[in-house]
Design a protein around this ligand. Structure first.
Ligand SMILES: Cc1cc2nc3c(=O)[nH]c(=O)nc-3n(C[C@H](O)[C@H](O)[C@H](O)COP(=O)(O)OP(=O)(O)OC[C@H]3O[C@@H](n4cnc5c(N)ncnc54)[C@H](O)[C@@H]3O)c2cc1C
Ligand code: FES
Length: 280
């Protein structure tokens, strides 16, 4: 069923936007960690996007996306008053959230939006939440104000030092883990190299580390095998077994290889889309 766009906000012009969608049935069931599969056209592919927030009363869900290739460019071309052809969800397992003490939630790039929903779930249940967010520069940081409104502490880093700590989120994380021995879990959502680095940072501390994996998905319901990942030497399907897994057990090099498998076709696809839609 077409899903209307009620609100659109450009977070990083031309690169990252936030959409609020009227999806009351999904909003009723969605919990932190869930994702949806979207299709923009009859012939188009389905793409997974994390549910970054929900408003059950108003029947809305929020998604935040980085414009990467053809499908996200098609999404970016839509605005308020338009509808997405179909939105299926909520999919995947929600984040396991229980009251345990202090949790550190790490977000990088667009992953900050997804991490924000997980952090909110932990805050709601009464856990102490330390947020750690990072981006290449200040203008690429997302959801800082939203996070500030409920986390107990927010640590910020930028690669170029334009805001907060100059360096990587993993440096802030290591520092925090050295000072605070009470952290029961670290959750990381962001680019694959960042999640892999977070897992290596927490390993010597023996802190449980949960990462939200983003392999290529085709159906999102466990039928196609596209989202295969290896965790603890075993084959898992991120759409039905995840998308969250133990970061210390994930085969990150394999995930990176599989994500790059269709790069040539993706480049042709976006070039063709731009040529047809903009006459380039
Ligand atoms: C569970 C999950 C949640 C995600 N949540 C978000 C989110 O909240 N915000 C966000 O910006 N991105 C998210 N992603 C990634 C997003 O799905 C891809 O960026 C998007 O599919 C790219 O499609 P495209 O046609 O625009 O780009 P393309 O040019 O087709 O691809 C660009 C790159 O995106 C990845 N990709 C391509 N197709 C898929 C696909 N069908 N499934 C997954 N990855 C793909 C590949 O690494 C590829 O190299 C999520 C992925 C997963 C698996
Ligand atoms: S996307 Fe098809 S099995 Fe997961």
């Amino acid at each position: 069923m077409p899903t209307p766009i009620l609100h659109k906000e450009s977070l990083i012009p031309g690169k990252t936007s936030k959409l609020v969608l009227h999806a009351p049935q999904i909003a009723q069931k969605a919990r932190p960690g869930h994702f949806v599969m979207l299709r923009m056209s009859e012939q188009g592919e389905r793409i997974p996007l994390t549910i970054a927030d929900t408003d059950r009363e108003n029947g809305t869900i929020t998604i935040v996306y980085l414009v990467m290739g053809k499908s996200t460019a098609m999404l970016e071309a839509l605005g308020v008053g338009d509808a997405i052809l179909d939105v299926c969800g909520p999919l995947g397992h929600p984040t396991h959230i229980e009251k345990r003490g202090t949790v550190v939630c790490v977000g990088g790039g667009t992953g900050i939006a997804a991490m924000h929903h997980i952090a909110k779930g932990h805050a709601r249940i009464g856990n102490k939440v330390v947020g750690v967010i990072g981006a290449r520069s200040k203008d690429l940081l997302l959801f800082e104000n939203e996070l500030k409104s409920f986390v107990d502490e927010l640590l910020v880093s930028t690669d170029d030092g334009s805001y907060g700590h100059k360096g990587l989120v993993t440096e802030l994380l290591r520092d925090r883990l050295e000072k605070d021995k009470d952290v029961f879990e670290v959750v990381a959502v962001g680019p694959v190299p960042m999640m892999a680095a977070v897992a290596e940072t927490t390993r010597p501390f023996g802190v449980k580390t949960t990462v939200s994996l983003n392999p290529i998905m085709v159906d999102g319901i466990g039928m196609c095998g596209a989202c295969r990942v290896t965790v603890g030497g075993k084959t898992k399907f991120a759409c039905v077994d995840g998308p969250e897994f133990d970061g210390h057990e994930v085969d990150f090099p394999e995930l990176r290889r599989r994500l790059a498998a269709y790069r040539e076709q993706e480049t042709i696809s976006i070039e063709e889309y731009r040529r047809v839609s903009h006459g380039e």
